[in-house]
Design a protein around this ligand. Sequence first.
Ligand SMILES: [Zn+2]
Length: 351
Amino acid sequence: MQNVNLCAQTPVLDEIRNVAEGWINEIDLFALHSVENGVGGPFGAALYLYNSATKAHEMIGEMMGNAVLSTGCGSAHAEDRVLHSSHIEILKDRLAQLAPQKDQLYLVMVSSAESCPACHSKEQIVARDLMSCGLLDEGHFIVVYGATYQDTAEVAGFHDAPYFEDIQKDIGDGLIKVRHLDVADSPADIRQALAQSDQDSCVIVQNGHILSCGHDNLSPYAPFASASYLTIQSACCTQKDQGVNQPWNLRGAVLYTTQSDIGPLTYTECQWANISAIIQIKNTARSSSTEARGITNQTLFKIVGTPDYSHPDSAICMMKLDNFANLAQHGWKNRLEQIGDSILYNGIDAA
Ligand SMILES: [Zn+2]
């Protein structure tokens, strides 16, 4: 795939920017209601298809909000929910129906706030998948957002910037240690758990006990349902079922993986779950796939670690909207002041 980051100003992108201002205000109101009803954090997102010839647009699926509290999973952000398999199924079916108009179609992900690196990884994975399938033209996946990391920190008190700074380091030099272990030298219970599938597999160990085990379950409608993503979700769910306070915090657990080359999806999911180390199990005879189609995990790391989606290999064009009211984050701030408590969670300790 060639350089597809075509976010130079074009008349179509100007049109999308204008129409997206209406969409993002609706999303902001939706997120504000979520806050006022105590459902989740002050974030919302939605996917739209825009036809540059007819100027028609449609929402794919429904608006989604942050679901960290309801799912117990620290990366269940609005963008993650919007890219859920049920939405990808609707999207792919719709794009297939509209194939004759493909060159006029733009997919626009509108998020009330700048995506964290985990969500950005998922966006790049989905964009490349759609383009590789021939459903979307290169340069036609647009991400639009309102609040920057700085706004989100100053207004709502969430700190995404440390995650971004962390993934800009070489793997192993960041907050999460990365080590290698030959399968023959790995503990028997871990070896046994990993052997349950011939797909890439993960095991999460906390305080010497296996908390969860999972395997790749990638499919056309679930392009980022990797072993690490699913195993971390499963561990958080287990903690939630056990009534653990802050189930999204795996408290320094260790992730064992057969993934031969760690990509940013695995790494950033570990960030949100407070995993302290990733141990790559060698010589398991698995054929690991890369996280995004057509590029190495190392390149995907570079793409996600480059500000403003501006890496030459980015499959996404990003636009920041000015004049964004950011009602939800201000509502969140007011609510915290009223209740005098916070359930803020950032995975990485700000200290
Ligand atoms: Zn996110």
